[in-house]
Design a protein around this ligand. Structure first.
Ligand SMILES: NC(=O)c1ccc[n+]([C@@H]2O[C@H](COP(=O)([O-])OP(=O)(O)OC[C@H]3O[C@@H](n4cnc5c(N)ncnc54)[C@H](O)[C@@H]3O)[C@@H](O)[C@H]2O)c1
Ligand SMILES: O=C(O)C1=N[C@H](C(=O)O)CCC1
Length: 251
């Protein structure tokens, strides 16, 4: 058997980070060499000999972590949300100077969520209306979710490519926010409710019919097969990869 991949986890005291620590410890082909939280020193990751770092921290710090890890020649698997076209472009540019280093940024590592996004993008051109509803635990700090943004962008791109216009909407009066956020022209609604973990519905409507695509993560273990797949694959994918769909032959 080959040597285990040496893995560091950032955000290790958090809900996701703690779950990733347990998953790495349970995987015979992986070795946990560092587990850092907010009070940790990022230099400890390289000092521990980590080959791959997994980042489940907070939107305000994740990009800085990635640049520091890329400088150290460490591959990175990022689950933290808050990324946009500009921050992703900065990482892509940085990686051009670091051939051989891979970064995977995925807004959702649950296999069902990735399939739901893929199915929604495929279906989007065939419906007059489409809206996204995401539902999460009330401790989540960002809205709408990274998954919902990624879904809405993919839906919008598929509709644009097929020449489909915007969803019909006659709203001209009411309260600000009542129609949700606009992500590339697709309405996205965020629910925060005690008891929830991570859930998404894509509602697609035509005259006389509705298709609802729904995914539920009831437990954070649902993200672990995707995270571990990313850890195992990221070193073989130099440059920036955005979305787990690229590792699942779905893109
Ligand atoms: N991609 C996915 O599949 C997926 C799944 C669940 C959550 N998330 C995202 O992951 C992120 C974390 O979610 P969570 O529920 O675990 O949050 P959390 O608040 O429970 O955990 C975040 C942790 O990061 C730590 N932290 C803050 N700054 C740090 C730093 N500079 N270095 C190291 N650690 C630092 C915090 O102290 C905390 O322990 C969020 O952005 C969330 O949206 C993504
Ligand atoms: O619990 C969270 O926070 C989650 N964040 C990701 C997102 O914003 O899409 C993935 C689902 C869980």
């Amino acid at each position: 058997m080959s040597e285990p991949i040496k893995v560091a986890v950032l955000g290790a005291a958090g809900r996701m980070g703690a779950t990733v620590v347990r998953a790495v410890e349970d995987a015979p082909d992986l070795e946990l060499v560092a587990a850092l939280d907010a009070d940790g020193d990022l230099a400890a990751v390289a000092a521990a000999g980590a080959q791959v770092a997994v980042d489940f921290t907070v939107p305000a710090v994740t990009e800085g972590n990635v640049h520091a890890l890329v400088d150290a020649g460490i591959h990175v698997v990022v689950g933290t949300t808050g990324w946009n076209d500009e921050s992703l472009a900065r990482v892509r540019d940085h990686l051009a100077d670091r051939p051989g280093v891979g970064v995977l940024v995925a807004p959702n590592f649950a296999l069902g969520a990735v399939l739901a996004m893929t199915f929604a993008a495929k279906a989007a051109r065939w419906f007059e209306s489409v809206e996204v509803v995401e539902l999460h635990h009330p401790n989540k700090i960002d809205a709408p979710s990274g998954t919902a943004r990624h879904t809405a962008s993919a839906v919008a791109a598929a509709r644009a490519a097929a020449g489909v216009g915007p969803s019909p909407d006659a709203t001209s009066e009411g309260l600000d926010g009542a129609r949700g956020a606009d992500v590339d022209g697709v309405r996205v609604h965020a629910v925060r409710l005690r008891g929830l973990v991570a859930h998404e519905e894509i509602l697609l409507g035509n005259a006389g019919e509705q298709l609802t695509i729904r995914h539920d993560s009831f437990d954070r273990v649902s993200f672990m097969p995707g995270v571990l797949l990313g850890v195992r694959q990221v070193g073989r994918r130099p440059g920036l990869t955005v979305g787990l769909e690229h590792l699942l032959d779905l893109a």
